[in-house]
Design a protein around this ligand. Structure first.
Ligand SMILES: Cc1cc2nc3c(=O)[nH]c(=O)nc-3n(C[C@H](O)[C@H](O)[C@H](O)COP(=O)(O)O)c2cc1C
Length: 148
């Protein structure tokens, strides 16, 4: 079974992006399961919190779900032609601490989808995600994804 973790970048209960993700999960072919995770419990990134308390539990739990999965499907809203802050914040937390970042993201297949009432289908947001996802996925690794 191929397992995909799906994350919506909207915190809204009636989010179009959360709905799109549910539709993707329903449309997944046999042999593929989309398991939907939430970023709603992830706090704002704060380096002092990381230094003093480490990565929050909600972040660690989501990291392990991503590590255990075969891929990540991100349903991104678009705010002001770019990435919504809450979603970027979640990915930033997931990239911490640096020595763990490659275990989570290196060579991780990531799909980007998005929903908007606007005209361009979150194209600007999806484009804006690319430098972040590119650097997380391929930078020289401390450890390979899947390493113990
Ligand atoms: C601050 C803000 C900026 C927005 N900017 C854009 C935008 O640049 N392009 C767009 O298509 N929609 C934009 N929207 C509208 C969102 O696409 C819309 O609110 C959408 O419903 C958000 O996704 P959600 O339904 O998953 O919460 C913006 C909404 C907000 C709140």
């Amino acid at each position: 079974m191929t397992t995909i973790i799906g994350i919506s970048g909207s915190l809204r209960t009636s989010s179009f992006n959360a709905g799109l993700l549910r539709a993707a999960a329903e449309a997944a072919p046999g042999g593929c399961a989309v398991s939907i995770a939430s970023i709603n419990d992830i706090p704002l990134y704060n380096g002092d919190v990381e230094d003093n308390e480490g990565v929050p539990k909600a972040v660690s739990a989501l990291k392990e779900r991503i590590v255990a999965a075969d891929g990540l499907l991100m349903a991104t809203p678009e705010y002001n032609n770019s990435i919504p802050g809450a979603f970027k914040n979640a990915i930033d937390w997931l990239s911490r601490p640096p020595e763990d970042r490659f275990r989570v993201f290196k060579n991780l297949p990531v799909g980007l989808i998005g929903a908007t009432p606007g005209s361009f289908g979150t194209a600007f947001s999806q484009y804006a995600w690319q430098p972040t996802l590119r650097v997380l996925g391929r930078e020289a690794a401390v450890g390979q994804r899947g390493d113990g």
